[in-house]
Ligand binder design. Structure first.
Ligand SMILES: Nc1ncnc2c1ncn2[C@@H]1O[C@H](COP(=O)(O)OP(=O)(O)OP(=O)(O)O)[C@@H](O)[C@H]1O
Ligand SMILES: [Mg+2]
Length: 268
């Protein structure tokens, strides 16, 4: 019997992404003298954050993305979330996306945690009753105590991460994008998030996780993409890639044992 063909829920097909690059102007006199040429060079300068990237992610996978600062990881998640457009190539996404791309994104600074949750519910088109059920669930998960009724501008980074994760986790996601947010939560909250991610996995949610916590990537993910200098360096087994990545960086990290689905505080 032939195996059923697995359809990817995310597909990067030879994707490149360039940003406008702001070059430093060397000498205002020189700049003014060659004004036409200087302006053209500023306008045309491009920085390639991702170059010819291809990979597929399948339904229900926990897929990690690692790489040094500036490698292009957040750019990849931004392309999946649809907040960025590829310069070349195609990004195909099949499923409802719940992104947690930046701390406090999608929240209003002057509103309280509770009001922000309600606002998110309204924006998602939930009914009043659905919102009220979700609010309690989210507040329980976020464990912010009395701060839930303070404006979020007074929240610490960890508190914002708690609220952000609690909100996206409650959205009944099909594809969950998490960008380097868990690192700012305390270890108890990180563990709780990891457990939630593993529960999601059981219910078929696809997770894309960007983090510099290599041990969590190795523990939580089925496959890992390593982006180096804006191109795909390796893609495959999390332990193997995490090991190679640490070796290349000249850093020793305890990756634990290669058994997915088990959590311990040492894995954080
Ligand atoms: N809006 C932008 N305009 C210009 N350049 C940008 C922009 N956003 C990102 N870049 C550049 O693109 C490259 C990739 O950035 P990206 O944020 O994707 O990296 P990253 O892998 O997420 O890094 P980090 O680990 O530090 O979060 C970087 O060199 C960055 O300076
Ligand atoms: Mg980033």
């Amino acid at each position: 019997m032939r195996e059923p063909v697995r359809e990817p829920v995310i597909s990067f097909q030879n994707v490149s992404k360039s940003y406008a690059f702001y070059k430093q102007i060397s000498g205002i006199k020189n700049f003014a003298f060659n004004l036409h040429r200087s302006l053209a060079s500023i306008r045309n300068a491009q920085y390639e954050a991702l170059r010819d990237i291809s990979f597929d992610v399948y339904k229900g996978e926990n897929f990690g993305i690692i790489g040094h600062n500036g490698a292009g990881k957040s750019t990849a998640l931004g392309l999946i979330a649809g907040v960025l457009e590829p310069t070349r190539g195609r990004v195909v996404v099949r499923g409802r996306i719940s992104p947690l791309l930046a701390l406090g994104a999608g929240f209003h600074q002057e509103l309280t945690g509770r009001e922000n949750i309600i606002l998110n519910g309204v924006l998602m088109g939930l009914t009043r009753r659905e919102i009220m059920t979700k609010v309690d669930e989210i507040i329980d998960f976020a464990e912010l105590g009395e701060f839930i009724d303070s404006p979020i501008r007074v929240y610490s980074r960890g508190m914002l991460a708690r609220l952000g994760f609690a909100v996206v986790a409650s959205l009944d996601p099909e594809i969950l994008l998490i960008d380097e947010i868990l690192g700012v939560g305390d270890i108890r909250f990180q563990k709780k998030c990891q457990e939630k991610m593993l529960n999601f996995k059981e219910s078929g949610v696809t997770l894309l996780l960007v983090t510099h916590s290599i041990a969590s990537i190795a523990k939580l993910c089925d496959r890992v993409l390593w982006i180096e200098d804006h191109v795909v360096k390796m893609i495959g087994d999390p332990y193997e890639i995490a090991e190679q990545y640490c070796k290349a960086a000249g850093v020793e990290v305890d990756l634990g044992t290669p058994t997915q689905g088990t959590l311990s505080t040492t894995s954080l």
